[in-house]
Design a protein around this ligand. Structure first.
Ligand code: FE2
Length: 200
């Protein structure tokens, strides 16, 4: 299935209003492709907006737009400090595009006010649809790789990262989620309770 790039319409404007960091991508083409990912899931979603979708099942007070922006901010802080302290630059467009789209498929993987898994969410592992969608709209394979691999992190699964940007995204995402999990009484990724899980 191919997905059209976002045209200038109400959905595109709504996506950018919810995720204004899209405008920080360096080219209009990249911005349009990231919008296209979100737009395509929004039209398939039971949620009317990105912020209507919970980011963390069981903690519906934290919405997907806020979480996405939190992860983007963490990524940019980490990229800035890597540059400031060690003069190490990274691919900011790839990092930003991946951070902006990493959880986009939650719009179709989840349904209902508590973010219960939808039929699609039970059929595919998290973020696989988003990774494919990134390719369909023409985002680089590097971005699709980061989106696809981002859930496969310790303590669940161990991978060998191909890019420093995936290392940053991974810890930025865990850094955004774990304080909220802790404060919400849920297991953080530091805890043995998160060590084992079953797919289903
Ligand atoms: Fe996330």
């Amino acid at each position: 299935m191919s997905v059209k790039l976002a045209s200038s319409d109400a959905i595109e404007n709504a996506v950018v209003a919810e995720l204004p960091e899209i405008r920080s991508l360096s080219t209009p083409e990249l911005q349009s492709k990231v919008v296209a990912v979100w737009r395509s899931f929004l039209v398939e979603s039971t949620y009317p907006t990105i912020s209507a979708c919970p980011a963390i099942p069981g903690l519906p007070q934290y919405d997907l737009a806020g979480h996405t922006r939190h992860v983007v901010a963490n990524c940019m802080f980490m990229a800035d400090s890597l540059l400031q302290f060690w003069s190490i630059a990274c691919d900011r467009d790839a990092l930003l595009a991946a951070a902006l789209t990493h959880d986009a498929s939650k719009l179709v993987e989840q349904e209902g006010p508590n973010g219960a898994k939808s039929e699609l969410g039970r059929a595919l592992l998290h973020a696989q649809a988003a990774g494919v969608r990134c390719l369909e709209v023409g985002l680089p394979p590097k971005v699709a790789y980061m989106v696809t691999m981002h859930p496969y992190t310790p303590p669940h699964v161990h991978i060998k990262p191909q890019y420093v940007e995936l290392v940053i995204l991974t810890w930025a995402d865990l850094g955004a989620a774990d304080p909220l999990l802790f404060l919400g009484g849920e297991a953080t990724h530091l805890e043995i309770r998160r060590r084992f899980f079953e797919l289903g």
